[in-house]
Design a protein around this ligand. Structure first.
Ligand SMILES: [Fe+2]
Ligand SMILES: [Fe+2]
Length: 282
């Protein structure tokens, strides 16, 4: 997400201060996410998968280091230094992406019988790594995409992420938690439907990119993301207090909650940029 309070220059290029601030926000958010993915993957491997466990641990420490380094930088950091750091982090994100795809290949060819990582979860975390690396490449290129394109593309990405989360929660809750499993399934259906709607809007581009349609699209998505975010928050609290039966790690519950919060922030930023626009320049 590159749209923040500050506007790009006349050539739709990102300004240096916007570049540093956006880069830091992305790296701080996603390096923690990548670190936690390494932990979740490691927990799902079997005891004998020592090679994979070591590899996951290495990524954990790598992204922990990146996260710490990002907090040593500030919005006043020299843009050139930021650019170099972005490249370094982008390489790390590309590597963890490749690791996740390798693990997915092992699972899908039945080479890890009895391991506990769902293929969709591994694919999901690899999509998040790919999103992170592409975001860093785009930031370093400094060119912003038109707002209307960004709105549809980001929503297509995040709606699928949200639909996956609902599916993971539904499958990792104990089957005896019937009410909560039902609620998770309802969220899964709701987000699958929203994702199809988003893809329909995408296929109707550019004619579908009017301010009223995009505004309504964001409003409708926001309503569902807010209720999923609240459901995740409740689930997280119940898991932390040991009040429900599940095999969900408390950190995973918090992780998916933070990703929903992040999506909401993006929706709000888009909304703020749409407000005041009656139509897009053709
Ligand atoms: Fe994640
Ligand atoms: Fe996720």
């Amino acid at each position: 997400m590159q749209w923040n309070e500050e506007l790009p220059d006349a050539h739709n290029r990102i300004t240096p201060s916007m570049f540093v601030a956006r880069s830091l926000e992305e790296i701080r958010f996603w390096s923690r996410i990548m670190k936690e993915h390494s932990l979740f993957l490691r927990l799902g491997f079997r005891c004998e998968d020592t090679q994979l466990i070591n590899e996951a641990n290495q990524y954990y420490y790598l992204f922990e280091k990146i996260e710490q380094q990002s907090y040593n930088l500030t919005n006043q950091t020299d843009p050139e230094q930021m650019r170099r750091f972005n490249t370094e982090v982008q390489i790390a994100a590309t590597n963890i992406f490749a690791f996740k795809r390798k693990v997915l290949g092992l699972i899908l060819t039945c080479q890890l019988p009895g391991a506990n990582n769902f293929p969709l979860l591994v694919d999901h975390t690899s999509r998040e790594a790919n999103y992170f690396r592409k975001r860093l490449i785009e930031l370093n290129e400094g060119k912003l995409k038109p707002l209307a394109d960004e709105i549809i593309k980001e929503n297509v990405f995040y709606l699928r992420i949200m639909a996956d989360h609902a599916k993971f929660i539904g499958h990792l809750l104990d089957p005896s938690e019937r009410k909560l499993v039902d609620m998770a399934r309802e969220f899964s259906n709701d987000f699958d439907e929203l994702l199809f709607q988003a893809r329909d809007l995408e296929s109707m581009k550019p004619q579908s990119q009017t301010v009223p349609l995009l505004d309504q699209f964001l409003d409708q998505n926001r309503v569902s993301v807010v209720s999923l975010r609240d459901f995740k928050k409740t689930a997280r609290d119940l898991i932390e207090e040991c009040k429900i039966k599940s095999i969900i790690h408390p950190l995973l519950a918090d992780h998916v909650f933070r990703e929903a919060e992040h999506f909401l922030e993006i929706i709000d930023l888009f909304e703020a940029h749409l407000t005041g626009k009656k139509e897009f320049p053709s």
